[in-house]
Structures are given as structure tokens and as C-alpha cells.
Design a protein around this ligand. Structure first.
Ligand code: ADP
Ligand code: MG
Length: 331
């Protein structure tokens, strides 16, 4: 076991504790902060060997398919430097797990690759509290990872399962279906604004800091939805991905998009970070969806329908077509 020095550009790394060859420190770091996270859930998810060996060993069953996804969160890009390490850990894990919700998968395990600028006991302690909170909320164990030195970044791999052929994909939406979103769109954007502009209020910051992965909703949708995506980059971009993969178009209405404030700016509805689900269903599934909404206590709102054209069209409150330019892009 070695620290892999990722930060080649700064050869004079001050914290020698993190340099190569201090295997014992790293062993205790993993033992102290990572080895017991979610260990209560190892058995129920068939993990035979977990953290501490070269790899984890998991028994598999038939009739299911494995679902696997991975997301990296980088300080200053995907989360604010000012966030507590509890929030950084929790949020990095939830946003990775959200992809499993979108597939209608049952979460089973997760692994974390963490790159740290230095080892700081209190920081790591609070980080592991965020992991534990995540493990307990979704009842899954941490089964492995990697620890390296460099600019702070957290890569979370989440793994789950579906009954064979039950995964909800992006590519299987059809024309003339209803388009729904869960929750309220734009609260994470309002929360991020509160946090980054130091507005001194915290009405929405929780929506940014502690998003939810809608696992239960995804599971219920697996028998109903023809396609689904979690809204990470923005409603328009993400819905557009369903359209492109499914080779269809969509018409949605600004006034129908559920928001907390009445002024529905493009920025508000399209900034992402909400991790709500956007999905397509046959029109006759409306009542069933409203029942699911009641049972799970999650708003589910009809925002438009899919179309034969290949365009994504947004209508404003006066039913005029809104000019859409390219939205958020990663690079
Ligand atoms: P190797 O050198 O064989 O890759 P590592 O030192 O990277 O081994 O890891 C030792 C064990 O600790 C492995 O089981 C690995 O999965 C686990 N591990 C390392 N870092 C983390 C981490 N940040 N979180 C959880 N488990 C970790
Ligand atoms: Mg390793």
C-alpha cells in the first residue's frame, strides 16, 4: 500500500506523513476512518470480504443484474471549499447514488477513492461521520476504496442490482408520453446562491448540501417509467439526454415546472444539483403516479410530453417558444 502522489506539479509537498513509504500511517488511517463504515449492512448485501484485503468479495445471485456507477466530486468544482467535511462526504455519496435511483436499482455497496491534500484528524473524523450518515440512511456498507495525496477530490463508486431487465434506461422513452419531475426544481440553485454569496439565510442551503437519492421512487418507477434520468446538470440538459438517447423530442411548459419562487428563470430551472428524477410514462399512468407521490410523500409533477420531432421545446407562460441556447457543459 502506498500513497500515490498525484500532484506531480508541486514536488515540495510539506506534509511528509503523506509521502510514500509510510504504510503504517495509511493502514491506521483506513482502519480509523473507513474500515467500519456501514459494516452493519455487510451481511445483508452478501459481502464476504470487505475493506482490508486486496479487493472485496461479494456473492452474487441469479435473476438479477448488477448496476454500477461512479462519480467524482472536486473541491471548487463540484462542491464549495467552505463546506464541512461531513457535508462533503455525504453529498459526494448521495449524488453518486442518485444514478442508481434513476435506474430503479436497489443500492448494495459503495467504494470511495479519496485524494487529500493532508491528513487532519478532525477533518477525517467529520468526513467519516458524513459517510456513516449516508450508510445508515441508505443501509449500505462501504466495501473499499483508495487513498491518495493531492487536491481534495472524492470519487464514489456505487453498486446495486435490479431484477433482470428491470433497469430504467435513458434510451427507451417513446413519443407521446407524459414527462414528469419529482420534487421541486431549483432549490439547490437557490441554496448554492445562499452559500456562495454569503446571503446569511439558509432557507434552501440544505437542498444543495443534503440532496436525496430518490431510491424508493426509482424502485416504484421501474414498472411504470419508460425512461428516467436524475437531474444533475439541469432539467433541460438532462431531459435532452433522454430525447437524444431515445431519438424523440419533448415539449415542456415553464409554468408547470414546480419551483419555490414564482419567477421561473431559466437559471432557476436549469442549474442542476437538485438530483430530482425526470421520467417518461404512458399517459394512462397518471393516477398510479399520484398514488406513489402520496405514499412516498414526494411531489410528482407533469411538465409536458414527448413528441415525434427531435427538438426539445420549452414554452413560456404565454405559450411562446423560449429560445434555448447551449446550457451547462462540463468542460
Ligand atoms: P492496495 O495497495 O492493495 O491497493 P490500499 O492500501 O489501497 O491497498 O487499500 C487497502 C484496503 O483498504 C483495501 O481493502 C481498500 O479497498 C481499502 N481502502 C483504501 N482506502 C480506502 C478508503 N478511502 N475508503 C475505504 N476503503 C479504503
Ligand atoms: Mg490502493
Amino acid at each position: 500500500m502506498e500513497w500515490e502522489l498525484l500532484d506531480y506539479s508541486s514536488p515540495s509537498l510539506s506534509n511528509k506523513k503523506l509521502s510514500k513509504g509510510k504504510a503504517l500511517d495509511e493502514y491506521f488511517l483506513i482502519q480509523n476512518y473507513f474500515s467500519n463504515i456501514g459494516s452493519a449492512y455487510l451481511a445483508e448485501h452478501n459481502v464476504e470480504t470487505s475493506i482490508g484485503d486486496d479487493a472485496s468479495v461479494i456473492s452474487s445471485s441469479s435473476n438479477t443484474q448488477q448496476i454500477n456507477s461512479l462519480d467524482t466530486s472536486i473541491e471548487g468544482v463540484h462542491f464549495l471549499s467552505s463546506m464541512s467535511s461531513t457535508d462533503i462526504a455525504y453529498r459526494s455519496c448521495v449524488i453518486a447514488l442518485s444514478d442508481l435511483a434513476a435506474c430503479g436499482a436497489r443500492p448494495k455497496w459503495y467504494s470511495i477513492a479519496i485524494t487529500l491534500p493532508q491528513v487532519e484528524d478532525s477533518w477525517l473524523n467529520s468526513f467519516s461521520i458524513g459517510l456513516q450518515k449516508f450508510s445508515d440512511e441508505y443501509r449500505i456498507p462501504l466495501i473499499g476504496g483508495d487513498t491518495t495525496k493531492g487536491k481534495l477530490s472524492i470519487t464514489v463508486q456505487v453498486m446495486g442490482e435490479v431484477d433482470t431487465n428491470k433497469a430504467i434506461l435513458r434510451s427507451t422513452a417513446k413519443e407521446d408520453q407524459s414527462i414528469f419531475v419529482s420534487g421541486i426544481i431549483g432549490n439547490a440553485y437557490l441554496g448554492l446562491k445562499e452559500l456562495s454569496d454569503n446571503l446569511g439565510t439558509d432557507s434552501y442551503s440544505k437542498a444543495y448540501l443534503e440532496p436525496k437519492a430518490h431510491i424508493d421512487l426509482g424502485l416504484k418507477l421501474s414498472d411504470i417509467a419508460s425512461a428516467c434520468i436524475d437531474i444533475s446538470d439541469g432539467l433541460l440538459q438532462d431531459l435532452n439526454l433522454i430525447c437524444q438517447s431515445s431519438n424523440i423530442g419533448a415539449e415542456i411548459y415553464l409554468e408547470k415546472i414546480p419551483t419555490s419562487i414564482s419567477e421561473k428563470s431559466l437559471e432557476l430551472i436549469n442549474s442542476g444539483d437538485d438530483y430530482e428524477l425526470c421520467f417518461t410514462v404512458d399517459e394512462d399512468k397518471y393516477d398510479e403516479l399520484m398514488n406513489i407521490s402520496k405514499t412516498l410523500n414526494i411531489p410528482i409533477t407533469l411538465i409536458g410530453k414527448t413528441s415525434f420531432s427531435k427538438d426539445l421545446i420549452l414554452y413560456d407562460v404565454d405559450n411562446q417558444r423560449v429560445e434555448l441556447n447551449a446550457g451547462y457543459s462540463h468542460f
